[in-house]
Write a protein that binds this ligand. Sequence first.
Ligand code: COI
Length: 354
Amino acid sequence: MKKVEIHPDAVERVKKFTINDPQLGFGKYVAPIMIQALYDHGEWQRFDLLPYGPLQLDPCSKVLHYGQEIFEGMKVFRHPDDSIHMFRPEMNARRFNLSARRMAMPEIPEEDYLNACSTISAYCKHLIPKRLGESLYLRPFMIATEVGLGIKPSKQFLFIIVASPSGSYFAGDAVKVYIERDDIRCAPGGIGFAKTGGNYAASLNSYAKTIQLGCDQTMWLDSVEHKYIEEMSGMNFFAVIDNKVVTPTLTDTILDGVTRKSIIDIARAEKIEVEERKLSIDEVLKAVQEGRCTEAFVCGTAAVVAPIASFMDKDQTVYKLRDSQGKIGMQLREKLIAIQAGRFDAPQGWTYPV
Ligand code: COI
């Protein structure tokens, strides 16, 4: 395993750093330290814990032109005995390497990835919130730094982790969803399953429309028939139809969410029936109108679980959910939060002590 070199000025800076804000929000604050590792000559060179600061990038770095970039989102929680634990970090390590392979980037050995995440978390221990539902959000990412305008995979990369003490992604109200019937986010054989900036960039134009129409999140449909639900711009989708929890089956156009998987596992352990299957938007809207789809929710690392209030279609027809506070979704959310915060026994391997 590669040792992380600790820079004393980083340690000094983080020790002095405090946040006094009852409204942490999401991604508003960032710890004054970061992990940085360089990849060159076919291998990872060194891992450093450095003061947080701007990067010096050559304007011809490949990431700036061709988007060769991947990232992850992970959380670290404080337990009642004051110990700190990452939530299912091996899943993020594996997904990071899956994204890396698709984007022609080097993998990071899982033990180096986990060690780097543990190291920054340990130095940020005093910044990990105590309030239930809050955490230290880690954002590991990798960018292509080779200089040159030729379109070919970079041979040099930078891996960085920044850490953000965070609360919930959504301000509190149930989410209003806008159904994107025209644009698509990704296509079969493309990069939809990879956590890479391009998938999020592809959602931004519709985000502007979504907000303008008074909604919060864009719902993406499949690119072939524009019919089957895939995911939201930054989170997965669930609906409760005929008392069953239904979520789209994973394909290569859907991100394999760690929270999605955890919610399925928790629901099954609670004896709630879960179906992973193709789910068309028209089936959901019909079930909403007939009162058979009582609730729906989104979930993701940042979002945790948030209930959906309504769907808005292209013609601006609004379909309101009967239970906009989502009884089943909230039951699953509470269980997940309790497990993450060490207030309920976690299934094997779900919490990873730092
Ligand atoms: C996450 O949930 O970690 C993401 O990367 C999605 C984004 C909405 C913050």
